[in-house]
Design a protein around this ligand. Structure first.
Ligand code: 5HY
Length: 242
């Protein structure tokens, strides 16, 4: 099976981190294909960034459909463009936020989320509600590191680890969910430091897609997941016409 892992921001170094973490869990029958969005923001830390990341995601999905990709991961904790991507793809499309949070619910009664900047907490809260996980989520916390600082700040691991420790002490949750794809390579360290389950959405989403395909499960392609109606798109989006 072929799984495309899409980094919706345009930072190649982050795609490399994402690819490494997805490859660490993918099975021998899975061909992983990690791609960086060909257009959009260098990082996604606001509603504006999120909106402008969607065309790059949809272009990567459309290309995957032409190339015979079986399933997709959207490797950004805002799960940007997820519903639109599911209209384009024949196979499963899984966002790392949904995958991580649902995985955390299978490890205990509660989880806390630790994300990057405080301004992204609202989006994470919206997703908790959208996925119906309010009764499990004890809190959403920010480490106040910009997304790209996860890769270039020498203190990033310490800062994120301490933010996770503080979240655990504040909320008393059974698990921690890492709220950024760029934190994926910190997961094992933080889990060892805290002694509780720490869930990385890149691994969770990759294995969710792999599991669905292994069970030969794909969206019905009917109703809301049917392909979007053909129409003309103009200006910068003219290439998205169908
Ligand atoms: C992510 N931004 O996973 C999100 C994290 C966030 O560029 N990749 C990004 O803060 O929403």
């Amino acid at each position: 099976m072929r799984i495309r892992v899409i980094n919706p921001n345009t930072t190649q170094a982050m795609t490399a981190t994402i690819e490494e973490c997805a490859a660490a869990v993918a099975g021998p029958a899975t061909l992983l294909d990690a791609v960086t969005a060909g257009m959009g923001p260098a990082s996604i830390e606001s509603h504006y960034d999120e909106a402008l990341s969607v065309p790059g995601i949809l272009a990567a999905i459309a290309a995957g459909e032409r190339e015979g990709v079986d399933g997709y991961v959207i490797a950004c904790f805002g799960d940007p463009g997820l519903d639109a991507a599911r209209e384009l793809a024949r196979g499963p499309v899984i966002g790392i936020a949904e995958a991580a949070m649902r995985t955390a619910t299978q490890l205990g009664r509660s989880f806390s989320v630790v994300t990057t900047l405080g301004r992204t907490v609202g989006r994470a809260a919206d997703l908790v509600h959208h996925y119906g996980l309010q009764r499990f989520c004890r809190g959403i916390h920010a480490c106040e590191l910009p997304v790209l600082a996860l890769d270039d700040d020498p203190d990033a691991r310490k800062i994120v680890t301490e933010a996770c420790r503080s979240a655990l002490e504040a909320d008393g949750a059974d698990a921690i969910v890492l709220g950024c794809a760029g934190m994926a390579d910190l997961c094992a360290h933080i889990r060892a430091e805290l002694g509780v389950p720490v869930v990385d959405g890149v691994a969770a989403a990759t294995l969710t897609v792999q599991s669905l395909l292994t069970m030969d499960l794909r969206p019905s392609g009917r109703g809301e997941s049917a392909p979007p109606p053909a129409k003309t798109y103009t200006g910068l989006l003219s290439s998205f016409g169908r």
